[in-house]
Design a protein around this ligand. Structure first.
Ligand code: PMT
Length: 223
């Protein structure tokens, strides 16, 4: 039996990869399956929250009872997230957003030539940074996917982007990060608390992340 301890919250979750097209048939992307974000959305709904799930292209069933918005590129994800933001009391950004996109998207398929091809990439919007600037009394949770210096890099991102806490995962560890049903997460918060968790199912990891959201909400209420 799940305790309905989030009925007062509207949780906005992002999940999955983004696709950044070169032409009508090719794009840059990454290995995100969406499982981590979908697990957060599923668990938040079970705990009674209203949930909006903004998702990049993934092969997962839509969790029951959530508002689902399907997007492809980082810019589409930004627009969908900013549109949903006014209603949200909690934002959890589990998506793996491409930092760069091809500067030009050709209308026709790029033809093969007998020479190398150079494609210029330009910066995508940093969605969580934009949310951080409009945080108000929302609880803002980011993820950090790292392959080295997990804790330092994650703390740097948390502070730079005005997050309340960050969930760090090391993609080089077996059983952590992309694709699988499990993750190994470290939760770091603004008070310098660090919670290093063992390998667990992504559903269970989602539960721990939501417990941390509840703890911050209670702490704020009692201040
Ligand atoms: O989807 P799965 O296969 O289950 O894998 C889960 C996961 C590894 C994708 C997930 O656990 C995870 O770590 N997601 C965040 C990956 C990521 O993009 O990390 P980052 O360190 O590049 O970004 C830091 C934070 O900024 C993230 O919350 C990200 O959503 C956000 N961001 C990043 C770039 C950008 N342009 N806009 C953003 O909002």
């Amino acid at each position: 039996l799940t305790v309905k301890d989030m009925v007062d919250e509207h949780v906005l979750v992002t999940a999955g990869p983004t696709r950044e097209p070169f032409d009508p048939v090719r794009f840059i992307t990454n290995y995100s399956s969406g499982k981590m974000g979908y697990a957060v959305a599923t668990m938040a709904r079970r705990r009674g929250a209203t949930v909006t799930l903004v998702s990049g292209p993934v092969q997962l069933p839509i969790p029951a009872g959530v508002f689902h918005v399907s997007v492809s590129s980082a810019r589409e994800m930004r627009d969908a997230v900013m549109a949903a933001l006014p209603e949200a009391t909690v934002v959890i950004k589990a998506a793996a957003v491409a930092d760069y996109r091809p500067a030009v998207r050709q209308d026709q398929k790029i033809k093969k030539k007998n020479e190398d091809l150079t494609v210029k990439l330009e910066r995508n919007p940093d969605i969580i940074h934009e949310i951080g600037a409009k945080k108000e009394d929302r609880i803002l949770v980011g993820f950090a996917m790292e392959s080295e210096h997990l804790v330092e890099h994650a703390i740097g991102k948390m502070v730079a982007k005005n997050m309340d806490f960050i969930v760090a995962n090391d993609v080089t560890k077996e059983g952590a990060g992309f694709q699988g049903d499990t993750n190994i997460i470290t939760i770091l918060d603004r008070d310098g608390e660090m919670q290093e968790l063992p390998l667990m199912d992504k559903m269970e990891a989602a539960g721990v992340i939501l417990d941390k959201v509840r703890e911050i909400r209670e702490r704020r209420r009692s201040q």
